[in-house]
Design a protein around this ligand. Structure first.
Ligand code: SER
Length: 319
């Protein structure tokens, strides 16, 4: 069957890379790439400007294009969200409910909904947090993701809508910039290293968090969406783990390859958010149910990040 894919929030950190992966898999003409803003850089494919809080606009787009799968990535993240809690709630929830309703009404086959480690709070153990841990999120972003997971399950139970979800850790990639998250330092630090400038870290040096390399995050997303429907036993969201490290670990791994690189630590309001999140999460349900396995450890990720960013930088200098 010919799939028609719609992706929201496609200009974001994950959306940028997922768009290319989906275009490669399904063909450019079959992927409707949407965001509230026009693409920042050169883009080839089908781009449509879409505010996903506009239910009618979204539903019409889904109907007219006979969309079969939606990847709903548009959201306001943890750090930015705290500046305007009610607005963040309003936008994140309205957008999700619009997507679920459009999918239900228009007979969409599958929906992907990203959740986050931000759903965990003080009652989670520090390490190896189980999938079925009690959720007591402390940010409005986390509250919206925890509620969203339950809505995903509700639509599955009540309407049979095949919604699949991952709790992403911090995502680290060289292709795109994160925006407004608490884990963003782990991308920024590599950019500083290739520019050869000292890095000021907004988290404490020993603040360990679950993280994942972009390639693994994309692979997991495609894998859960490819899995047979019966394999998806968890209809809220699956814990997804890649690796876990603190700023001092990533600094040391960069310094092994760039010995002159220096980091100092100036924790800001984001440190309190990070402190409320676990050090690591247990993703054995994802491994058992649909065969998840990460490929990148810290050393390998650092090699890839530094070499890809160096190539990008030399291209920019040459241009
Ligand atoms: N990377 C996200 C954030 O920091 C976590 O989902 O907000």
């Amino acid at each position: 069957m010919n799939e028609t894919i719609l992706i929201t929030g496609a200009n974001g950190q994950l959306g940028t890379v997922l768009t290319s992966a989906l275009q490669e898999r399904f063909g450019r003409e079959r992927v409707i790439v949407t965001d509230i803003r026009p693409p920042q850089r050169e883009f080839s494919g089908r781009f449509e400007q879409l505010d996903v809080t506009d239910a009618e606009g979204l539903t019409q787009m889904v109907r007219e294009n006979k969309v079969t799968q939606i990847y709903h990535l548009a959201a306001i993240l943890s750090a930015t969200g705290e500046a305007a809690p009610l607005r963040t709630w309003e936008i994140n929830m309205t957008a999700l409910l619009n997507v679920l309703e459009a999918a239900r009404l228009e007979g969409v086959d599958k929906v992907f909904y990203p959740s986050s480690i931000a759903v965990f709070g003080p009652s989670a153990p520090a390490a190896d947090v189980p999938n079925d841990c009690h959720l007591d999120p402390v940010t409005v972003y986390g509250i919206s993701k925890a509620a969203g997971e339950n809505w995903a399950q509700y639509y599955f139970n009540r309407y049979g809508l095949d919604v699949r979800s991952l709790r992403y850790p911090g995502v680290i990639g060289h292709q795109s910039q994160p925006g407004g998250g608490t884990t963003d330092y782990a991308v920024d630090i590599y950019h500083a290293a290739v520019k050869n400038v000292p890095f000021s870290c907004f988290l404490d040096k020993d603040e360990q968090l679950p993280m994942i390399f972009m390639d693994d995050a994309i692979r997991a997303t495609l894998k859960i969406m490819d899995a047979p429907k019966v394999a998806i036993r968890i209809r809220t969201s699956y814990n997804l783990a890649g690796l876990s490290f603190c700023p001092a670990d990533v600094a040391a791994s960069i310094q092994r390859q760039a010995p002159g690189f220096t980091v100092d630590y100036n924790p800001d309001h984001r440190q309190a958010i990070a402190a409320g999140w676990p050090d690591s999460i247990d993703d054995s349900a994802a491994r058992t149910d649909w065969g998840w396995e990460p490929e990148f450890n810290l050393e390998r990720m650092t090699e890839e990040m530094l070499s890809a960013l160096k190539i990008k930088q030399s291209g920019q200098i040459a241009a």
